[in-house]
Design a binder for this molecule. Structure first.
Ligand SMILES: [Zn+2]
Length: 312
């Protein structure tokens, strides 16, 4: 069992290495002008919407992105836990915020790191902006019987390293379910992905999405295991917790997306092939805040609010 776990870690480590190195090489070639990040104090004092808060991270280095999340939470007077880790795969710091009380925990994740050379707006500053906005909303109306935990992870781009480290110390038994937010800023349709089988948590998620008027296979999709892409939820799924990815996609691209993500060859050679949105900017120098759509972010936020209410 231990041996298998460590082989699994090695595979993820290698994938993370390939991921970051390819991005560094390809993005170094890209002459797209990089956005100049605004002063942090300006963002912290500014508007609290997903788009505005994505600027805490967009275009900054990974250490600066990590520090920005902590600085924002500090500045807003939010109590949060720090989970620093060091391993032979790398180091970083996850941050978690617990809202509400109760024995069951709904865990919502957004990673704060980005691949080298990418401003990392849709991947994944947008998702961090969504969770920080949700934090404001939930603070005003907490569900009485559910704890909602917002987890901001480090080093997702290195084979979910931050999430894997977090799983080692977490009380998994209290988790009602996990959603990892990825690419939440472009599109009009919600995709819940890496769904292997039916779980009570999946039923709640589906009811929540239908409750806000989304329709299956039109404005939301339940998608099976995706071959070449992944996110932090996989660290929890590997431990037996119901855990899925949540992404916004343009409904008009549904067929092109299906062909892209379910073809391991096309996904593996993604740097070389023509890719449908939102993958056309994914991990590239063009993943800037100017591509983010406030309407997409609003759908993601509404979906999460509905999931919180449904799971509570
Ligand atoms: Zn990501």
């Amino acid at each position: 069992m231990r041996r298998r776990a460590s082989l699994h870690d090695t595979a993820l480590y290698l994938r993370g290495q390939i991921n970051t190195r390819l991005s560094r090489v390809f993005n170094a070639w890209d002459r797209t002008p990089r956005p100049e990040p605004p002063p942090l104090a300006e963002v912290i004092a500014g508007e609290r919407s997903p788009l505005a808060l994505s600027r805490l991270l967009e275009g900054r280095s990974n250490p600066a992105r990590e520090a920005a999340v902590a600085r924002y939470l500090d500045a807003r007077g939010v109590a949060f836990a720090r989970h620093a880790f060091t391993s032979n795969e790398g180091s970083g710091e996850n941050f978690s915020v617990d809202l509400g009380s109760g024995n069951r925990v709904l865990l919502l994740i957004a990673h704060h790191d980005a691949v080298p050379g990418s401003p990392g707006a849709n991947d994944n500053a947008a998702a961090v902006g969504v969770l920080l906005t949700l934090l404001e909303r939930l603070s005003a109306s907490l569900p009485p019987t559910l704890r909602v935990r917002l987890l901001f992870t480090a080093a997702e781009e290195r084979g979910y390293l931050g999430a894997r480290q977090y799983v080692r110390e977490a009380n998994l038994a209290e988790l009602a379910g996990v959603l990892s937010l990825e690419l939440c800023g472009i599109g009009d349709s919600v995709a819940v992905w890496d769904v292997a089988d039916e779980t009570p948590f999946l039923g709640r998620v589906r009811a929540a999405l239908e409750g806000i008027g989304l329709r299956r296979d039109e404005s939301y999709n339940i998608v099976g295991r995706i071959p070449m892409f992944g996110s932090d939820h996989r660290a929890f799924a590997a431990a037996g917790v119901p855990a899925y990815g949540l992404t916004l996609v343009p409904a008009a691209q549904a067929e092109a997306l299906r062909q892209f993500i379910f073809s391991p060859v096309r996904s593996a050679f993604r740097y070389l092939v023509r890719r449908p949105a939102p993958f056309d900017t994914y991990h590239t120098a063009r993943d800037s805040g100017s591509t983010l759509e406030p309407a997409a972010l609003a759908v993601a936020l509404r979906a999460l609010e509905a999931v919180v209410a449904e799971v509570a």
